[in-house]
Design a protein around this ligand. Structure first.
Ligand SMILES: [Zn+2]
Length: 208
């Protein structure tokens, strides 16, 4: 009975490593193979979203150049982008304007950011592909192939992230874009953008 008491957790851990983790990882990888490319395709074919994503990165980069790493995060939308975190709305707005001008003048790298969700997603996709390839070649999934796939993913991930941001999820031709205002909210600010040519949105400048 006592032996069973000690053996049960060991058995559970053994089962977890030998069976549950590889099985769960196989499932997760198959989902990634479908979900991640679909998401990338959606962003890639949305010019507005890509340009706003570039501007979102540029804004955070301009702020971080001055103040060092921040806890700011962002989301691109169809009409602009949201920046979340504790920063003064007018500081964010000014950084967005500076970011736009600098990209327009040729500083394309400003559109790339290390903490971008794109980098995490492409790393997950790459890791999943490696894992599934192992599975197809060897015919088995075990904890070591999971580790190996994750290790390779974390090695190649950062480089893949930059390439994916550059060619798929951002766009640096911002000659036709203008920032028309911002809307401060609780713990976030929305910066509004539009096509220069279009009259789809009137300028909205919020002054506190
Ligand atoms: Zn991003």
């Amino acid at each position: 009975m006592l032996l069973l008491f000690f053996l049960a957790p060991l058995l559970f851990v053994g089962l977890l490593f030998a069976w549950l983790i590889p099985l769960g990882y196989t499932f997760k990888s198959i989902v990634n193979l479908i979900v991640v490319p679909t998401e990338f395709f959606k962003i890639f074919t949305n010019k507005t979203m890509r340009r706003n994503h570039a501007l979102e990165h540029a804004t955070v980069n301009v702020i971080e150049e001055q103040y060092g790493p921040t806890n700011l995060s962002g989301i691109a939308t169809d009409d602009g982008f949201l920046i979340r975190g504790s920063a003064n709305p007018s500081l964010i707005y000014n950084a967005a304007v500076i970011g736009l001008t600098r990209i327009q003048r040729g500083e394309k790298d400003l559109a790339l950011h290390k903490r971008c969700g794109t980098s995490i997603a492409i790393t997950n996709l790459f890791t999943s592909i490696v894992f599934i390839l192992f599975l197809l070649i060897t015919g088995r999934a075990n904890i070591w192939t999971v580790f190996l796939a994750i290790a390779l993913g974390s090695l190649i991930g950062p480089t893949l992230g930059v390439v994916t941001q550059k060619y798929i999820t951002t766009r640096t031709d911002l000659s036709d874009v203008e920032i028309v205002g911002y809307v401060p909210g609780f713990g976030q600010i929305k910066v509004l953008t539009r096509d220069k040519a279009s009259r789809d949105r009137e300028p909205v400048i919020y002054i506190e």
